[in-house]
Design a protein around this ligand. Structure first.
Ligand SMILES: [Mn+2]
Length: 391
């Protein structure tokens, strides 16, 4: 019986510019390297045999030399882990890329050519792969048909690109789903899609495939970072004549490495009668999340606000900047409407309200449509329509 432990990861985008967070960009980039150090620490502690990096490790084709050296030094320290890298569209293996320019240690195998494989006899494993060599790849980098694979080996495909169905194209290396399903790989380690997947068999007793997803979110558009995909394989000897000499037992888990999350919350401010009450309400909601101070938060104020209060986003930003790592706040709350007063008003707004509400002076007796028409209409009468969405 042989045990094999594998970490599959991709899409680190080291050196990201973080244009949406100019004040935090440098810190966030430093934290990316801390996460990478956490991963190499895990490789050491868990005695990981194989580290599969399915592309876009760097955010650009020519990352700063200092960053490349930091990455090389970290990977160098885990010489008992075999590391395989298949460059992606963000970090293609172009002639001036670090993949071809840097001296990488012997246990780091980088695919820089056409489809080929790396043989790791100690692990009874062959890893097949290829590389983006420029930022766009519009046709498949795989052989026309899946080739028969030697069943004596554990066969892995490591590749970056977009899984497509027949007839579908992509500028980010179209990988035919059908091709993958017909292949005889044991595992297909994919990179490019940042949303993590659970490895699924593509057909009964067929290859398992997954996008590992990005190890951490880099903004509010990526909220579900799961970490690293960890595969523990037990190879049990099998006595099938003419068949494979082993059977594989799979155990799959996620290893988190991110230290921060990018989270969104809606805060109903209907009951708030002051700025500090709004602030307390925000803290009450975000405070339900563990380690809430260390996360970046995107807050939307909602609800029907009381007549005496207009939320000041500047005040809230100023008074909350020490509470949270990052705060983006926008106001979607709506002004309460005093229907009784408006119905008697001799103004255009009054006439409009009488037209929509008739003689009903109780807001709650209006239909949802009437309420929406009145809200939007009265907002248009007001000159103080503000829209503030930091996205
Ligand atoms: Mn990509």
């Amino acid at each position: 019986m042989k045990k094999l432990t594998i970490i599959h990861t991709a899409d680190w985008h080291l050196g990201t510019s973080y244009v949406r967070f100019p004040d935090l960009a440098e810190q966030l980039r430093t934290e990316q390297l801390e996460m990478l150090a956490r991963m190499t620490g895990l490789c050491r502690d868990k005695e990981i045999d194989l580290l599969l990096i399915a592309g876009d490790l760097f955010d650009t084709a020519s990352p700063p030399p200092g960053l490349v050296r930091e990455v090389r030094d970290l990977l160098e320290q885990i010489s008992t882990t075999q590391i395989l890298i298949s460059p992606g569209n963000h970090d293609p293996a172009s002639p001036d890329s670090p993949w071809l320019q840097e001296q990488w240690p012997g246990h780091v195998h980088i695919f820089t050519t056409d489809y080929t494989f790396v043989e790791l006899p100690n692990l009874q494993t062959r890893v097949y792969g290829t590389a983006f060599r420029s930022g766009a790849v519009r046709s498949s980098l795989l052989p026309d048909q899946p080739e028969p694979l030697d069943p004596e080996w554990l066969n892995i495909l490591l590749i970056h690109g977009e899984r497509v169905t027949a007839g579908q194209g992509s500028a980010y290396h179209p990988i035919s789903s059908d091709w993958l399903t017909r292949s005889d790989f044991d595992y297909i380690a994919l990179g490019h899609i940042h949303q993590p997947e659970q490895p699924q068999p593509l057909r009964p007793a067929g290859p398992r495939a997954a996008y590992s997803g990005a190890p951490a979110a880099r903004g509010f558009d990526e909220q579900e970072a799961a970490g690293l995909l960890c595969l523990e394989l037990t190879l049990r000897p099998a006595e099938q004549r003419g068949g494979r000499p082993f059977e594989i037992e799979w155990q799959v888990s996620q290893l988190p490495v991110a230290s921060r999350r990018f989270l969104s919350a809606e805060i109903d401010i209907s009951d708030c009668s002051s700025q500090s009450a709004i602030r307390d309400q925000i803290l009450a909601v975000v405070g339900e999340t563990a380690d809430w101070r260390r996360h970046a938060w995107k807050i939307r104020l909602t609800g029907i606000r009381q007549p005496e209060i207009t939320p000041s986003l500047v005040w809230l930003q100023h008074h909350m900047k020490q509470d949270l790592f990052y705060l983006a706040i926008s106001d979607y709350s709506e002004q309460a409407i005093d229907l009784e007063q408006l119905l008697t008003e001799h103004s255009l707004a009054g006439a409009f309200v009488r037209q929509i509400a008739g003689s009903q002076s109780d807001w709650r007796s209006l239909s949802e449509d009437q309420q929406a028409i009145l809200r939007i209409g009265l907002q248009a009468f007001s000159t103080e329509v503000t829209f503030n969405d930091p996205a």
